[in-house]
Design a binder for this molecule. Structure first.
Ligand SMILES: Cc1cc2nc3c(=O)[nH]c(=O)nc-3n(C[C@H](O)[C@H](O)[C@H](O)COP(=O)(O)O)c2cc1C
Length: 167
């Protein structure tokens, strides 16, 4: 943990670029195991007077089981040199292989919450609220093209409890 210093979430700039371009790893623990997956859809801001991030996980992901089981999870952001690792974590499932070994990533813990040691920025988060994207609620029906098999995301509104920046 000495490799990181705590910063205020408000010091984090360009959240659009961080999530949409850099991508992130969503990491959660269940029964002593840890899984992680790449995500490039999400957002962050203020809700209920708290700094929050919102991530979207399809029910079919192995990570979904971990996100459901845990009270906390983390969002980890990386330098460009980790793009191959993020591509791998977005292509293969933790059901089928040891993603950490294959991607050259190291799970670490901040309290009970797993994160990725190699990250340059980490949000340690607490789940506040979860719900599923629902077909009937789409106002722009064309967006349903994102769900050809109707494998809708569950979204998690997460309170950013701690933001850690690599020193
Ligand atoms: C760039 C990129 C972004 C992704 N974004 C998301 C996302 O926001 N939500 C999601 O459910 N899956 C997303 N995925 C797909 C998962 O990362 C992928 O299915 C992964 O293999 C799931 O791993 P798991 O089964 O171990 O959870 C993305 C994949 C890539 C490559």
């Amino acid at each position: 943990m000495s490799k990181f210093k705590e910063i205020s979430p408000e010091q984090v700039s360009n959240i659009f670029g961080l999530i949409g371009h850099d991508w992130m790893l969503i990491t959660a623990a269940k029964d002593g195991a840890v899984n992680t997956m790449t995500a490039s859809w999400g957002c962050a801001g203020i809700l209920w007077n708290k700094p929050v991030a919102i991530c979207f996980i399809r029910h079919s992901r192995y990570t979904f089981e971990f996100a459901e089981a845990a009270d906390t999870m983390s969002l980890s952001f990386f330098g460009e040199e980790y793009r191959p690792a993020l591509n791998l974590c977005g292509r293969v499932s933790g059901r089928d292989c040891d993603k950490f070994a294959e991607a050259g990533l190291t799970p670490a813990f901040y309290g009970d919450t797993p994160y990725i040691e190699e990250a340059r920025l980490v949000f340690i988060c607490r789940k506040l609220y979860a719900d599923d994207i629902k077909e009937d609620n789409f106002i722009v029906k064309g967006l349903l093209a994102n769900y050809p098999t109707r494998d809708f995301h569950r979204f998690y509104i997460l309170e950013i409890k701690t933001a850690l920046l690599r020193i």
